[in-house]
Design a protein around this ligand. Structure first.
Ligand code: ARG
Length: 486
C-alpha cells in the first residue's frame, strides 16, 4: 500500500475554515457521534468498494483509502481530529494519513446521504436489541403465568375490586400487549432497513454509482429511491421512537400495577429490585419500578421533541436534523433498560398466595358471577344485576341474595339456581374456574394462552435471529470484498 506524504491537518480540508469560530461547539455533533463511528466506517468502506467496482476510483486508490480507514478504526473514536462531526473528522483523519487520494473517498456522496445511512445502519442494531428485551420480558411473563395459572388474585377496574382473576391471567395480559410492541418494532425495522446512500446532497450525482450494491454491502434490504426523500426522510426515526414510547407505556402500566400490588402486600419485590430509605429503617421501596414507570414520560417527550423538530422542515437537508437523531438513541437506551429491569423484577417477585386469595374475595368481587349464574337460568341479565346489586348492599352473602331475589324476582333464589351453585359462585377460585371463555382466566384458558405466547415468542425469536444473521453475514461479506483490496 503506498503511503503519500501527509500534509498538515489544518490544510487538509478547506471547508473547515467555517467551523473554527465561537459557534464551533454549538455546530458540532461529535458528542453524539460516537454512536455512529463504526457505522460511518462501514458506510465509508462500502462506498469506496462501490466506487472502485464502478471504476470511479482506481483499485489502488481504494486500497489506500481502505487502509487508512483501518488505521482510523484501530485508533478509535477518541483519536479522531477535531471536526464538525464524525463524518468530517474521519475524512480529515483519512486525508491526513494518505494525502490527497483520501479526498476521493467523498466522491459522489454528501454528508447528507452519509449521515442518514449511518443512522439507519446503527439504529437497526438498537431496534433489534429492543426486540430482544421484549422477548425476554414475554418469556418471563409466560413462565410466571404458568407458575401462577391457579393463583387467584383480585382484578381491579378503576382500582376498585372488580372480579377475581389469576396472577397467570393478569401476567398474560401484559405478554400479549408486549407482543404487539415486538410487532411494532419489527414493523418499524423494515422501513429503517433501507439505504439512502447514493442520494448525495439530495440531487443525485453525475457519477455512475450503484446504489443497490452499497445497500447490499451494508446489509440493507433495498434503498430509498428518490434522492431528495433519501436525504431528508426521518420518518423512520419517528416510527422507531413511537414504537419505543408505546412499549415504554405498556411497561409503565405493569410497573404501576406492581407498585400498587406491593403496597397492598400482594406481591413482594426481590431486594435486588428494591431500595431502602436513608432515614426510615423499616422501608423497602419499589424504586426500580417507579423509574421504569417514569421512562414512558421520557420516551413520549422524545417522540414529541422529534416530531416537533421535524414538523414543517423544508426539503431537503436542514441542520435541525442533527438534533432529531439523539431522541432515537435516548429512547432506545432508556426503554431497552427499563424493559430489562421490568423483566427482572417480574421474574424475581414473590406473590403472596394467602394475601391474594383473601383480597380476591373482598368487595363482593364475585357478584358478577352470581348474576351470570342467574342469567344462565334465563333471568334477564339486567334483572339479575339489579338483584345482586341490592344484595351487595345488604351483606353480600347467601341470605342477602335470597332476600333480594324475593324482592326483585318475586321468588326465592333456590327457585332459579341450586344453593350449592350459588355458594360456589361466591367463592373466588370457583368464580375464576367458571370463566373459561377463550382468553379468560380459568386455568384451562390460561394454559392455552401460555401455549400461544410460547409459540409467538419462538416465532419472533426466529425472526430476530434471521435479521441479525443477515446483518452479520453482510458485514462478513463486506470484509471479504475489502480483502481484495489488501
Ligand atoms: N452531523 C450532521 C447531522 O447529524 C451531518 C450532516 C451535515 N450536513 C450538512 N449539510 N451540514 O445531520
Amino acid at each position: 500500500m503506498k503511503q503519500e506524504s501527509a500534509p498538515e491537518t489544518s490544510d487538509v480540508v478547506r471547508r473547515d475554515r467555517f467551523s473554527g469560530g465561537p459557534a464551533r461547539g454549538f455546530l458540532s455533533s461529535m458528542d453524539d457521534d460516537d454512536r455512529i463511528f463504526e457505522a460511518d466506517l462501514a458506510v465509508d468502506r462500502a462506498h469506496v468498494v462501490m466506487l472502485a467496482e464502478q471504476g470511479i476510483v482506481g483499485d489502488d486508490e481504494a486500497s489506500t483509502i481502505l487502509g487508512a480507514l483501518e488505521a482510523v478504526e484501530q485508533a478509535g473514536f477518541d483519536s479522531l481530529p477535531d471536526g464538525e462531526d464524525v463524518h468530517a473528522a474521519i475524512e480529515t483523519a483519512v486525508v491526513s494519513k494518505i494525502g490527497d487520494v483520501g479526498g476521493k473517498m467523498h466522491t459522489a456522496r454528501s454528508r447528507n446521504d452519509e449521515v442518514a445511512t449511518c443512522i439507519r445502519y446503527r439504529l437497526r442494531e438498537d431496534v433489534l436489541s429492543a426486540v430482544e428485551t421484549t422477548l425476554a420480558l414475554r418469556e418471563t411473563l409466560a413462565d410466571m403465568a404458568t407458575e401462577h395459572a391457579e393463583t387467584v388474585m383480585p382484578g381491579y377496574t378503576h382500582l376498585q375490586p372488580a372480579q377475581p382473576t389469576t396472577v397467570g391471567h393478569y401476567l398474560l395480559s401484559y405478554e400479549q400487549a408486549v407482543a404487539r410492541d415486538t410487532e411494532r418494532l419489527f414493523d418499524a425495522y423494515e422501513r429503517v432497513n433501507r439505504s439512502p446512500l447514493g442520494a448525495a446532497a439530495f440531487a443525485g450525482t453525475p457519477f455512475d454509482v450503484d446504489r443497490e450494491r452499497t445497500a447490499e454491502l451494508l446489509g440493507f434490504d433495498g434503498f430509498v429511491a428518490n434522492s431528495m426523500d433519501a436525504a431528508s426522510a426521518r420518518d423512520f426515526l419517528v416510527e422507531v421512537v413511537a414504537a419505543l414510547a408505546n412499549l415504554a407505556t405498556t411497561v409503565s402500566g405493569l410497573a404501576e400495577d406492581l407498585v400498587v400490588f406491593s403496597n397492598k402486600g400482594l406481591v413482594e419485590l426481590s431486594d435486588d429490585y428494591s431500595s431502602t430509605s436513608s432515614i426510615m429503617p423499616q422501608k423497602k421501596n419499589p424504586d426500580t419500578l417507579e423509574l421504569v414507570r417514569s421512562i414512558a414520560g421520557d420516551a413520549s417527550a422524545g417522540l414529541n421533541g422529534l416530531l416537533t423538530t421535524l414538523k414543517g422542515l423544508p426539503r431537503a437537508y436542514n441542520r435541525d436534523l442533527q438534533n432529531a437523531t439523539p431522541h432515537a438513541w435516548d429512547a432506545a437506551d432508556a426503554v431497552t433498560d427499563a424493559v430489562e429491569v421490568a423483566a427482572g423484577a417480574v421474574a424475581t417477585a414473590s406473590w403472596d398466595e394467602d394475601a391474594l386469595a383473601e383480597a380476591a374475595g373482598e368487595g363482593f368481587s364475585t357478584a358478577t358471577g352470581v348474576a351470570d349464574l342467574l342469567a344462565m337460568q334465563g333471568v334477564p341479565f339486567r334483572k339479575a344485576h339489579e338483584m345482586v346489586a341490592i344484595a351487595s348492599e345488604n351483606g353480600a352473602d347467601y341470605a342477602a341474595l335470597d332476600s333480594a331475589a324475593e324482592d326483585v324476582l318475586g321468588n326465592s333464589l333456590s327457585n332459579y339456581v341450586e344453593p350449592a351453585a350459588v355458594e360456589a359462585a361466591l367463592d373466588p377460585a370457583e368464580s375464576v374456574a367458571m370463566r373459561d371463555s377463550t382468553g379468560g382466566p380459568a386455568p384451562g384458558a390460561v394454559a392455552e394462552q401460555v401455549a400461544a405466547a410460547e409459540v409467538g415468542v419462538t416465532a419472533d425469536g426466529d425472526q430476530l435471529a434471521d435479521e441479525r444473521e443477515s446483518l452479520t453475514s453482510a458485514s462478513a461479506a463486506l470484509t471479504e470484498v475489502m480483502n481484495k483490496y489488501d
